[in-house]
Design a protein around this ligand. Structure first.
Ligand code: C5P
Length: 232
């Protein structure tokens, strides 16, 4: 397995306790090189684990979905950028938030990813917010806003990836969750794709949680995902 292919897999450490997450990382060993720490683990020493992962030579994606006034977003992003992590999410709802994040990141290597429209929201939820656009059109509009604001990429389902790739730029990062192996359990995910489908649609990285974290043998589950990545 080439390092470049391995780097395409990001395993989501969605655990309610540090020890569970640490145990999974130790079980996966050299099979996985990139991890996502989200809001759940954050409040169970997730930041400490993220720093340990960096010290172990892993890459770390902090899924923090920042959204606040420009001054607060800028300073919060600057603080994260100083910690040496690799990816950070912010909400891509408006240019002011995104421009503030870009300013806060400065020259740090941290990549900023915008969440365009949460995949849990449908047309009715957007109407509640006074938005008449379809979720699909709003995703593309916000992806273009993100590109123009200097954001490095977006989080997008595999089913949106091709349209986003066409509407943005070849070097714009697309990171895709909602990944399932062929015949796998969908769980609460709606817009699912297989690893190779997502990559062929234009995704640069895939985020995989339960298909690996809840597998009876997480290491062999991760190896199966990597085999499908190699197919693409
Ligand atoms: O367990 P599963 O593979 O569904 O986990 C997917 C991960 O990606 C979770 O951490 C989830 O919060 C995240 N995510 C998602 N859909 C989005 C954005 C993030 O599933 N639109």
């Amino acid at each position: 397995m080439q390092a470049a292919n391995r780097d395409k897999l990001i395993v989501a450490l969605d655990f309610p306790a540090y020890d569970d997450a640490r145990h999974l990382v130790d079980t996966l060993g050299d099979t996985v090189s990139f991890y996502k720490v989200g809001l759940e683990l954050l409040f169970h020493d997730g930041l400490a684990l993220a720093s340990e992962l960096k010290n172990d030579g892993k890459r770390v994606f902090l899924d923090m979905k920042f959204l606040d006034i420009a001054n607060t977003v800028e300073k919060a992003v600057a603080a994260v950028a100083g910690l040496g992590f690799d990816f950070l999410t912010i909400h891509g709802t408006d240019t002011k938030t995104m421009a503030a994040a870009v300013k806060g990141r400065g020259n740090a290597p941290l990549k900023l990813l915008a969440v365009t429209v949460l995949t849990s929201l449908d047309q009715t939820d957007l109407a509640d917010q006074g938005i008449a656009m379809t979720p699909q059109d709003l995703v593309l509009k916000r992806a273009r806003l993100a590109l123009d604001a200097g954001i490095d990429g977006v989080i997008a389902s595999g089913q949106e990836a091709a349209a986003i790739r066409a509407a943005t730029a070849p070097n714009f990062l697309i990171v895709t969750p909602g990944i399932r192996m062929p015949g796998g359990e969908a769980g609460d995910q709606k817009r699912i794709t297989t690893p190779d489908e997502a990559l062929r649609a234009g995704a640069n990285h895939i985020v995989v949680g339960r298909p690996i974290t809840a597998a009876s043998n997480p290491k062999s589950a991760a190896e199966s995902v990597l085999q499908r990545i190699a197919l693409a």
